[in-house]
Ligand binder design. Structure first.
Ligand SMILES: NC(=O)c1ccc[n+]([C@@H]2O[C@H](COP(=O)([O-])OP(=O)(O)OC[C@H]3O[C@@H](n4cnc5c(N)ncnc54)[C@H](OP(=O)(O)O)[C@@H]3O)[C@@H](O)[C@H]2O)c1
Length: 306
């Protein structure tokens, strides 16, 4: 397992994160098995959100692992807030209340990182700053970040917030690559050239913000896994399978390695509910694909290399 430092923090984190959005599908025993397997593989970072299973995910996590101070010290816990039932809410009151709920459900005194889940157009950045100040001063949250935010939204927040925003969690997989597409076909009259995110990848590298890739094996917005989907992605699966055979690993490891190969040190937030798949994915943590392999996979996903 490869470990990286999240810039501007003292956190040394695995480049694979266990995402817990799908945890409520499991029994307590299954959840325990999955979390312990993740730790055995070297994963020390766990991603949550207050809305996963309407709070059930966080509750099940702490119940399954029988959260106590010695286990807590071995984990880096991140959660998110700001999404309510059908709308977004970055009000001070909601942020502070949400964190209290998260801490209670996770049975912990503090979060390592709190993310604002999706941009709230009605946010008052000064209010967010007040909430963060309160949470930081009380020791409830060590570090702050965002998810699904573009550079201007981050700058707007950062103008008011004294704490450095250290993470941006964004959708990224071989089959979902807007973050790199427009840069590759710059200024060409093709759909791939459309810059959909204000160059968030380059902005993050320039500003030492760690990117976390959510849904690393999915296409579309929860469109299902592209791995093994030979009807929609015949060429991609052929290329990935060939490279997997060369390295003696599964296609899941190669899909993981394709993300971890990027020099931005992107963390992979995987969401599998299966121990075997989690172990397969972890094998991709420190496989270093060649440049040629990385581009071959990108092209096989249907992208243009001019
Ligand atoms: N910030 C955000 O807005 C946001 C949004 C979504 C998710 N997230 C985070 O990202 C994490 C991961 O998201 P995700 O669960 O969508 O990611 P994912 O790991 O790409 O998808 C996991 C799902 O795909 C299935 N799957 C994986 N590999 C497969 C394969 N080779 N063949 C068939 N099915 C396969 C898994 O099934 P099995 O369980 O059977 O393996 C599971 O249902 C979440 O837990 C959450 O922490 C964040």
């Amino acid at each position: 397992m490869k470990y990286i430092n999240i810039a501007n923090t003292d956190l040394q984190v695995s480049n694979i994160i266990m995402g817990n959005m799908r945890l409520p599908q499991l029994s307590v025993a299954e959840a325990e098995n999955l979390i312990r397997s993740a730790m055995e593989e070297g994963i020390n970072f766990f991603d949550h959100a207050d809305i996963y299973g309407k709070g059930k995910s966080e509750e099940l996590f702490s119940e399954a692992i029988q959260m106590n101070s010695s286990i807590r010290e071995k984990m880096i816990l991140q959660s998110k807030c700001g999404i309510r039932n059908g709308y977004f809410d970055f009000s001070k009151e909601h942020i502070v209340e949400s964190v209290d709920g998260i801490l209670k459900r996770l049975n912990t005194e503090y979060l390592d990182i709190l993310l604002l889940h999706r941009p709230d157009p009605l946010m008052e950045p000064a209010e967010v700053a007040e909430a963060f100040e309160e949470l930081h001063n009380s020791g409830k949250v060590k570090y702050f970040g965002v998810s699904n935010h573009n550079p201007a939204q981050i700058e707007l927040l950062q103008k008011y917030i004294p704490q450095k925003l250290v993470v941006n969690q964004l959708q990224f997989s071989i089959a979902h690559t807007p973050m790199i597409d427009s840069g590759i076909t710059l200024n060409m009259k093709v759909d791939q050239s459309i810059n959909r995110d204000m160059s968030v990848l380059e902005y993050s590298r320039l500003n030492d913000i760690t990117i976390q890739a959510w849904s690393p094996y999915q296409h579309g917005f929860f469109g299902g896994s592209f791995l093994g989907d030979v009807e929609t992605y015949p060429k991609l699966n052929e290329v990935v399978d060939n490279i997997a055979e060369k390295y003696g690993v599964t296609n899941t490891a190669i899909a993981t390695a394709w993300i971890t190969r990027h020099p931005a040190n992107i963390q992979v937030v995987l969401g599998t509910t299966k121990v075997e798949r989690l172990k397969d994915a972890c094998q991709g943590s420190d496989i270093r694909l060649t440049r040629e392999e990385w581009y071959q996979i990108y092209k096989a996903a249907g992208n243009i290399i001019p």
